[in-house]
Design a protein around this ligand. Structure first.
Ligand code: ZN
Length: 1035
């Protein structure tokens, strides 16, 4: 098996246990079926467990536990069959002819010396038994899903292996997803953390209801040492029970000799002990050094996606919502926080205090539970009956004002926008000194990195933009994600795409001075770039393994999700349609879980345009298939033909797809091109379509303001007309349209549809450009090429490329100042231009940066470097031999985190081999440089020629320690792999990368980011082969 082949459909080559696991792990589809009544309209809505889990488990129990266990499961199978009616049997016999590859030997029967009649009866009996067994045993769960079963070449019969629990007894469940037979109603979690020895004990009481008869309760638990367990059924007495644990799936189970009956209620009480985690997940310990140089410890939680189970045993899937009552004991000099307000504090006999929080007033998913034990201080404010507080370590209290003001404004905005009031009494936003993600939306207790929440007195508007966006994103989650939650991680985008979209939308409305639109535009471009790879995935995609869950946290779920929502909103008539639809969605599903189609159905119901747009039909083409379309324009007079195809960078016969999208194509012409009224719409659903122009035009520009998620090719003539228009008066296009022309042209060059000469022709107008987004997009694209040439040591081309950039952008660079600047957009522009000038080694810019640093260093804090230029200045300083140590000293003493981060990136820009090695190791150790910053250090180090080779060695040598700190598939690991490999463009490096990841096997070879890395290297290699000689001529 080639583990790097993205086409994993060849399951015959997989080891047997993998095939079996995947066979038993297809619940998401089934859940979809149960929800999606249109897929099989004749079926009643089914409990997924009825359809799939029980028959599957019966297969396991037959093998694993012997015949005595058949009763319950036979019953379950029977009820499933009853529910499904005859269609179940018909479909099964139709789908599983006798030639089924799953055939196994019929059970032996003794029919000694039979009569002919007995023989006939025996044979008939055997046939019936064998067919029934085959139906029940071998029918895969995927039979009833929309997608059906994958084809398999398996020729040997499958033997489901019942897993063994850690005690050696059979574990009564063989599925990654939990069975649906028992649902939790409420949890009472009591925790006793000890911050001296970094351990904790806990007791969790779970009240549950039995959904249908079962002899087992299966839930999650990881790294917890369960010391005592009791079970109480209905009003009966609590009795001690044995807990079985299956460590590979982080599941525990309690088995019963008699059925728990549907409708009964029961209580499971589990006592346990554990270590506080040393990673960034679960209930983890953290520390920081206070202003007196004293080490302070704290404990905090990060549960999303799969780590609540590390703090308390629970049904750790988003659809198992319940209420939570949390109690935590603490030392008197600490305080605690949780989702709900404090109810009471009780002194304990051992001198500690127990804080008890109110029971949650809402049902919530386990991943949203949170608690903190620390010595933080708050700043608070009342916003329409909600107490909003921002917490930080005491010495950073004065950095919380901006977050408090911003979160208050945004909370008021969302309360109004969604027409549903934030449901909890309080909302805490907490800056945690050691935190891997940007922030986490725990209900009522949002946790942040310090850089995502704290803003210093001298912070630039650009730093405020970062804080405001993260706060806006997390607050949007209080509705999207917390109130209405995706049923399973395959639809993570319902949380993340929406929160990302709302973050830009709300800030545009509430804080227009932050110019958030520029940021949104550039993240849409990056999402297109990633989605153009064959290794990308559909927005809604099957997820059956922990690392697949982690991998869903990527730009497809976030940025592509947000992009398609923008496209939808832009194509609905009237501002309010979209809002009405999401209000209806939130109201209808408040407190429950949804799948993607629920959202589209809500939006379809409120759609009132004359076209009667079927939102569901249109949008599922964007969520159910990976990638996006390339729309090619060809014009003959007033007749314009649009053709669509999959924009796939790796496009050969093997990857060719005939995917079609339902595209709301927008366009403007030279007759009217800037004002929103100029925009015209054409719905392209088929391979090609023709539109008639009302008047004669010189040019057409599609995808007005780049609100659509597609790329446009205008053909040679079309491009030539647009380039002419740009040259004579670029303001006939909006700045988003200019940026989108630049982005699309580079993308088409990468695809091989336009020559590099055309790219250069388009960029010719750049020296006149005044707006930020076209400049930053062009610089970003050119930098990618420059870095590739530099890393290949194309000695001849690198200086020529430098000259080209300086010729094109030199006059713009000259116009920039190094003084304070208020406009965010202008800050972005000058940071990009001055940063580029310095990185290309332009002496006079470098000297100005050094001068600014010297003044700052000698002024003992009175002379500031403008916040937006700190990065430029520290990067120059970090590359100079004499100033690096001074920067390191500053870094060690800096308290303001945004500044500290800029310094760190400066330090990591060093070209010195010893310093590179030191900084990578320090990031891994986590003392001087926090390990949470390691992905940033790695990406910065990789930019330099010396650095990128060191990084690759470093990752290979330290892989196991890296995946100890950052979970496989996590965003941090995705970023590390990308940084380390995306600049390779030779066969030798391709072989090395392939060899290394292949050798990791289950320690990483299966990750999507590995496929992405290999595909990127191949594409770089191909681009270089095709274009190097052309660049020799052109530059
Ligand atoms: Zn989010």
């Amino acid at each position: 098996m080639d583990p790097f082949d993205s086409n994993s459909s060849d399951r015959a080559n997989l080891p047997r246990n993998m095939i079996e696991n995947s066979m038993f792990e297809e619940e998401p589809d089934v859940v979809d079926l149960a929800k999606d009544s249109t897929a099989f309209p004749t079926f009643p809505a089914l409990d997924p467990d009825d359809v799939v889990y029980e028959p599957r488990s019966s297969r396991l129990l037959v093998r694993g536990l012997g015949e005595n266990d058949m009763d319950e499961d036979e019953e379950d199978c029977e009820s499933s069959a009853r529910l499904l009616g005859m269609s179940f049997m018909n479909r099964s016999s139709a789908n599983r002819p006798s030639s089924s590859p799953y055939t196994r030997q019929p059970p032996p029967r003794s029919c000694s010396r039979p009569s002919a009649r007995t023989m006939v009866v025996c044979v008939l009996f055997l046939v019936i038994v064998a067919s029934m067994t085959m139906v029940l045993y071998f029918l895969p769960g995927c039979t009833f899903t929309k997608t059906g079963c994958r084809k398999t070449n398996q020729t040997t019969p499958l033997v489901p292996v019942n897993p063994k629990s850690s005690s050696g007894e059979p574990f009564p469940w063989n599925g990654y997803r939990l069975p649906q037979s028992v649902h939790p109603l409420s949890y009472e979690v009591t925790l006793n953390p000890n911050l001296d020895n970094m351990t904790f004990t806990g007791c969790t009481v779970i009240h549950m209801s039995v959904q249908h008869n079962t002899k087992r309760i299966v839930l999650h638990s990881a790294k917890l040492n369960i010391t005592r367990a009791t079970f109480k059924l209905g009003e009966g007495e609590a009795e001690a029970v044995t807990v079985l644990e299956y460590i590979p799936r982080q599941q525990i189970a309690v088995q019963f000799s008699e059925d728990l009956k549907a409708g009964q209620s029961c209580v499971l009480t589990l006592e346990y002990s554990a270590n506080l985690s040393h990673t960034y997940g679960g209930f983890y310990n953290s520390s920081y050094t206070d202003k007196d140089g004293k080490k302070r410890v704290l404990a905090a939680t990060q549960f999303e996606p799969l780590s609540a189970r590390e703090a308390f045993p629970c049904f750790d899937e988003p659809a198992f919502k319940a209420t939570f009552l949390i109690k935590i004991s603490r030392n008197t000099d600490f305080m605690t926080l949780s989702n709900m307000p404090l109810a009471k504090s009780t002194p304990l006999a051992n001198g500690l205090v127990q804080d008890e929080f109110k029971k949650t007033s809402v049902n919530m998913s386990t991943y949203l539970v949170a608690f903190i034990v620390a010595n933080f201080t708050p700043m608070s404010k009342n916003v329409s009956d909600t107490l909003v507080s921002v917490y930080s370590v005491p010495e950073k209290k004065e950095h919380t004002d901006y977050a408090l003001e911003t979160s208050s404004k945004l909370l008021a905005f969302y309360n109004d926008f969604f027409e549903i009031k934030y449901p909890l009494e309080k909302l805490d936003l907490v800056a945690i000194p050691d935190f891997l993600a940007g922030a986490m939306e725990n209900w009522g207790l949002i946790t942040f990195r310090e850089t995502s929440l704290l803003v210093g007195q001298h912070s630039s508007p650009l730093e405020k933009q970062v804080v405001a966006s993260v706060v806006a994103h997390e607050l949007a989650h209080q509705w999207f994600g917390n109130l209405v939650t995706m049923s399973w991680w395959n639809d993570l985008w319902l949380n993340e795409g929406f929160a990302t979209y709302m973050q830009y939308m709300s800030l545009q409305a509430v804080m227009p001075n932050l110019d958030i639109g520029n940021l949104f535009l550039s993240v849409r471009f990056r999402a297109l770039d990633k989605d153009a790879l064959n290794s990308s995935h559909a927005i809604s995609t099957e997820v059956n393994k922990p690392e697949q869950v982690e991998e869903m946290f990527d730009s497809v779920s976030y940025e592509k999700g947000a992009s398609i929502l923008l496209m939808l909103n832009a194509s609905l008539l009237g501002e309010q349609q979209f809002r009405k639809g999401i209000i209806e969605y939130l109201k209808q599903f408040s407190g429950s879980n949804t799948v993607t189609n629920d959202l589209w159905n809500s939006l379809t119901r409120v759609e009132v345009s004359a076209q009667h747009l079927n939102v569901s039909e249109m949008m599922s083409s964007w969520t159910s298939q990976k990638g996006f379309p390339l729309v090619t324009v060809s014009r003959k007079g007033d007749e314009v033909t649009l053709t669509q195809e999959h924009f796939l960078l790796t496009s050969d016969d093997a990857t060719h797809t005939s995917n079609l999208w339902n595209i709301p194509v927008t366009y403007v012409t030279d007759n009217c091109s800037v004002a929103p009224e100029c925009r015209q719409v054409f719905n392209l659903k088929t391979k090609s379509g023709t539109l008639k122009l009302a008047e004669s035009v010189k040019w057409l520009k599609l995808n007005y303001r780049n609100t659509g998620f597609y790329i446009v090719h205008y053909g040679d003539e079309g491009w030539a007309a647009l380039i002419d228009a740009l040259k004579s008066n670029f303001s006939v296009f909006t700045h988003e349209d200019r940026a989108s022309l630049i982005h699309n042209m580079f993308a088409l060059s990468r695809l091989g549809r336009v020559s590099f000469q055309q790219v250069l022709n388009l960029l010719h107008y750049m020296s006149n450009e005044t707006e930020t987004t076209p400049v930053t997009e062009a610089l970003m694209q050119l930098n990618v090429l420059y870095q590739l040439l530099d890393k290949r040591q194309e000695q001849d081309l690198v200086p020529r490329m430098k000259n080209y950039v300086m010729n094109q952008f030199g006059s713009l660079m000259d116009k920039q100042t190094w003084k304070e600047e208020e406009s965010v957009s202008k800050q972005e522009l000058r940071a990009a231009l001055l940063g580029a000038a310095c990185s290309l080694g332009e002496e006079n810019y470098i000297n100005q940066a050094k001068e600014l640093f010297k003044r700052y260093l000698n002024s003992s804090g009175t002379q500031q470097i403008p916040g937006d230029l700190q990065q430029v200045v520290f990067t120059v300083v970090g590359q100079s031999d004499e100033d690096w140590d001074a920067l390191l000293t500053l870094y060690k003493h800096a308290t303001y985190d945004a500044e500290k981060r800029s310094m760190l990136r400066g330090l990591a820009s060093t070209q010195d081999a010893r310093r590179i090695t030191w900084i990578l190791k320090a990031g891994l150790r986590g003392d001087i440089i926090q390990t949470q910053e390691l992905p940033l250090v790695i990406s910065t180090v990789s930019n330099s020629f010396a650095g990128y080779l060191f990084v690759w060695d470093f990752i290979q040598e330290n892989w196991d320690r890296l995946i100890e700190k950052f979970p496989l598939g996590s965003f941090a690991i995705q970023s590390i792999i990308k940084s380390a490999t995306s600049q390779f463009s030779t066969q030798a490096h391709l072989d090395q990368v392939k060899g290394f990841f292949s050798s990791l096997k289950e320690r990483g070879s299966q990750m999507r980011s590995v496929q992405e890395a290999l595909e990127t290297i191949r594409l770089n290699q191909r681009w270089m082969e095709k274009n190097l000689s052309m660049l020799q001529k052109l530059l």
